[in-house]
Design a protein around this ligand. Structure first.
Ligand code: CP3
Length: 387
C-alpha cells in the first residue's frame, strides 16, 4: 500500500512551490550538505517541516495537526472498531494504517506516529489502561518508595512493535517526515501518581512538594523510560520527536525549574547526538515557554493562549515555534477560521522558524473537510507572502 496523496491539487501546488523555491535558492555552502545529512535521508532533508524546525528558509509554512489521526476521522473509527486503544498501539499494521489515514486526506507536511504516551509505561509492566472518553487509568498508583520499585526500566525489545511500525511507515511515507513522540516527565507522573486524569493534580503536586527525593527518583525513572522509547523510534527512522508534557502548565515557573526542568533537560540532552529536531509542547505553559526551550528543545510548541509574536519574546533566540490556532476555532464558520489562521501565520513570521499547528489536539467533532481546507490555506497563504 503506497501512500495516495489527496487531494491531488494541493500536492501539485506544493511541488510547484517547492520547485520554484529551489530555483531561487543559492547552492549550499561547501561541506554543509554532508554535515546536514546526519540522521535522515537526502529526500527528508528537503522536507519543509524539518527545515522550519531547523530555522532554515522554507517556501511555505509547514503544517501538521496534533491528533490528526483519531476520532475526527470515520475511517479511524472503522479501523479501531473492536480493538481497545492500548491493544491498537501494539499492532504494527494497525499503527501504520492509522498513522497514514490523515495523510490520505490532508497534504500535511509530517505524519505523527499513532501511539500513546502510556505505551512505554505499559510495556514496562505498569497496569495502565486507556478508557474511552476518560483517558489513562492506573491500577495501582505510585505514591511511595515501595510503589516506585514496581516501575522497572524499559528495554528496547519491550516495544518491538513500535520499531516495526516506524520502519514500515518510513518506507511508505516516501520522504514525508514521521514525528515520534513520548510523554513528558510531569505528565507521565501525573497519571501514575493521581491514578488517572485530574483537573488539579492534587496527589501529584502533593508528592512533588512533600517528598522531593521520591519525586526526583520517579521522574528520573520516567525520563529513562522516555529516553529509551524515543531512541527506539529514532533508531527505526523517526525524523523528529515531540515531547508532550501536556499538563506541565499546572506548576508554577519556580516549581517547573526546580522539579521538572532537570528531568526534561536530561531527555533532550540524551537525544542531542541523534541530530533529529526535538519539539516540546504543553498546554497552558505560557509562563514556562522560556524554560521549555531552555530544556533543550529545538522547537517550542505554544497553545492558543499566547500569541506567537509574544512567545518569540518569551523564548531564547535559536528556537523555532509551533502552533497555535485554538482547536475550537475549527468549529466556527470558514471565514472565522481563515481570519484566525492568517493571524497565526502573521504572528509566526516573527519567529526564526514556524511550524503551523493547533494549540492542542484536533477535537473529535472537527469536520475533516475543514482540516483539508486549512492545510491548503496555510500552504498557499504563507507561500504568497514569503517571510
Ligand atoms: O496526534 C496524533 O495523531 C497521534 C496520536 C496520539 C494519541 N495520544 C492517540 C490517542 C498522541 C500524540 C497521543 C498523546 C497523548 N495521550 C497525550 C499528549 C497529547 C495531548 O493530547 O495533550 C496525552 C495526555 C495522552 C493520554 C490520553 N490518551 C488521553 C487524555 C486520551 C483521550 C481519552 C478520551 O477518550 O477522551 C487518550 C486516548 C487516545 N490517544 C485516543 C487517541 C486517538 C482516543 C482513543 C479512542 O479512539 O477512544
Amino acid at each position: 500500500m503506497m501512500l495516495a496523496r489527496h487531494p491531488a491539487g494541493a500536492t501539485d501546488l506544493r511541488r510547484r512551490v517547492t520547485m520554484a523555491f529551489a530555483r531561487e535558492m543559492p547552492p549550499p555552502p561547501a561541506g554543509r550538505a554532508c554535515e546536514m545529512i546526519t540522521a535522515v535521508s537526502p529526500a527528508l532533508e528537503d522536507s519543509v517541516f524539518l527545515k522550519a524546525c531547523r530555522r532554515q528558509a522554507v517556501p511555505y509554512t509547514p503544517v501538521w495537526f496534533m491528533r490528526q489521526a483519531g476520532r475526527s476521522l470515520p475511517e479511524y473509527r472503522a479501523a479501531r472498531e473492536g480493538t481497545a486503544m492500548v491493544e491498537a498501539c501494539t499492532k504494527p499494521d494497525l499503527i501504520t494504517e492509522l498513522t497514514l489515514q490523515p495523510l490520505r486526506r490532508y497534504p500535511v507536511d509530517a505524519a505523527i506516529l499513532f501511539s500513546d504516551i502510556v505505551v512505554p509505561l505499559r510495556a514496562a509492566g505498569v497496569g495502565i489502561d486507556i478508557r474511552a472518553g476518560v483517558g489513562p487509568v492506573v491500577e495501582e498508583p505510585i505514591r511511595s518508595e515501595a510503589d516506585l520499585q514496581r516501575l522497572r526500566a524499559l528495554e528496547p525489545g519491550d516495544v518491538n512493535y513500535v520499531a516495526e511500525a516506524v520502519k514500515a511507515l518510513v518506507a511508505e511515507l516516501d520522504g514525508t517526515p514521521l514525528i515520534g513522540f513520548a510523554g513528558g516527565p510531569f505528565t507521565l507522573a501525573s497519571y501514575l501518581v493521581d491514578g488517572g486524569p485530574s483537573k488539579s493534580f492534587d496527589k501529584t503536586k502533593s508528592l512533588m512538594f512533600s517528598d522531593p527525593p521520591l519525586w526526583n527518583a520517579l521522574l528520573r525513572r520516567l525520563a529513562d523510560i522516555t529516553i529509551t522509547f524515543l531512541q527506539v523510534q529514532i533508531g527505526a527512522g523517526a525524523s523528529a520527536v515531540q515531547l508532550f508534557d501536556s499538563w506541565a502548565g499546572a506548576v508554577s515557573p519556580q516549581d517547573y525549574r526546580q522539579s521538572v526542568l532537570p528531568h526534561s533537560s536530561r531527555i533532550f540532552a540524551a537525544l542531542a547526538g541523534t541530530g533529529v529536531p526535538r519539539l516540546h509542547f504543553g498546554v497552558s505553559t505560557g509562563e514556562l515557554l522560556g524554560m521549555m526551550g531552555e530544556a533543550g528543545a529545538d522547537v517550542v510548541g505554544v497553545d492558543w493562549r499566547v500569541p506567537l509574536d509574544e512567545a518569540v519574546r518569551r523564548v531564547e533566540p535559536g528556537k523555532a515555534l509551533q502552533g497555535n490556532l485554538d482547536p475550537a476555532v475549527l468549529l466556527a464558520p470558514w471565514e472565522v477560521i481563515e481570519q484566525r489562521a492568517i493571524e497565526v501565520l502573521d504572528a509566526g513570521r516573527t519567529a526564526e522558524g514556524h511550524v503551523f499547528n493547533l494549540g492542542h489536539g484536533v477535537l473529535p467533532e472537527t469536520d475533516p473537510g475543514v482540516l483539508a481546507r486549512l492545510t491548503d490555506l496555510v500552504h498557499t497563504a504563507s507561500a504568497r507572502q514569503p517571510g
